[in-house]
Design a protein. Structure first.
Length: 130
């Protein structure tokens, strides 16, 4: 199930994040990150709907867990991207920026993997959909 959330992450970072939104980060980091994370939350919500539609036996408790997962992942996404942007201002060079990008993507992947494969409550949900 985590793969649906990772796909939502990739869509949010590479398809639905406009160049204009990236440029706005330079002037208003917090507001722009909130918009970016909102896009991710919407995409993750859509992933939850797809999963729920594919499983008619889904319960209200599972839906609440989905909501909690979306909230926690969105907050984590904000923190990771905020840290990346702050470090990006201090580090110069194409190689350094590429390394920051790679670290950012690895952290997002690890965060989703942890929530759905390692974390006990969400791991239980994931097992239900395997």
């Amino acid at each position: 199930m985590w793969i649906y959330f990772y796909a939502a992450h990739l869509l949010g970072d590479f398809i639905f994040q406009s160049d204009q939104l990236i440029e706005q980060r330079k002037d208003n980091l917090i507001a722009t990150l909130v918009k970016h994370v909102a896009i991710h939350a919407i995409l993750m919500g859509m992933a939850c709907l797809l999963i729920a539609l594919a499983s008619p036996s889904i319960t209200s408790a599972t839906l609440r867990s989905f909501g909690q997962a979306v909230f926690l992942i969105a907050i984590s996404h904000y923190v990771i991207d905020y840290g990346k942007m702050k470090l990006s201002k201090k580090i110069n060079g194409v190689g350094s920026q590429a390394l920051l990008f790679l670290i950012d993507q690895v952290l997002h992947f690890c965060q989703l993997f942890w929530y759905f494969v390692i974390s006990r409550p969400l791991r239980q949900i994931s097992k239900h959909f395997m």
